[in-house]
Design a protein around this ligand. Structure first.
Ligand code: TYD
Length: 136
């Protein structure tokens, strides 16, 4: 499984750092929605779903967390701990987010508006969606 991590260009000077993200330039899709998670409780694990068509870029803009990516046959854990790094998560990819530091802010840029119908929340359905037979 190929993990696509973006390293964004920080514009640093003696005042500090600034990262700018533009659709189709730094981000490979049109940004229709932004959401972020913070104050995540210790030991919390969230996500546990895939999307039928949504594409996302995950950026831990403060603190750190880990992302588990699972394409149904292979799993990869990607630590996110830099505000200038983004993890691309395409459709048909099961994801779980965990190990949030108490100060973590995980921001997500999404290619579509919120649509519950795009979610696959059942792992067996996810395998089926990807054409993988259970136990393979
Ligand atoms: P949820 O899907 O449980 O988050 P996660 O996948 O990280 O565990 O979302 C939590 C709540 O927020 C749920 O009530 C749906 C709502 N929500 C929106 O209204 N818009 C959004 O864009 C997202 C991602 C969630």
């Amino acid at each position: 499984m190929k993990v696509i991590k973006y390293v964004f260009q920080p514009h640093g000077d003696d005042r500090g750092q600034l990262v700018a993200l533009e659709e189709f330039k730094d981000i490979p899709f049109s940004i229709k929605r932004v959401y972020y998670m913070y104050d995540t409780g210790e030991g919390v694990r969230r996500g546990f779903h895939a999307h039928k068509s949504l594409e996302q870029i995950l950026i831990c803009i403060h603190g750190s967390c880990k992302i588990l990516l699972d394409n149904g046959t292979e799993k990869k854990v990607v630590p996110l701990e830099k505000p200038y790094e983004g993890l691309y998560v395409g459709n048909s990819m099961w994801r779980e987010m965990y190990d949030f530091s108490s100060d973590a802010v995980l921001m997500v840029l999404a290619s579509e508006l919120y649509d519950e119908a795009d979610y696959i929340r059942n792992y067996d359905e996810f395998l089926e969606f990807n054409g993988i037979k259970k136990g393979e």
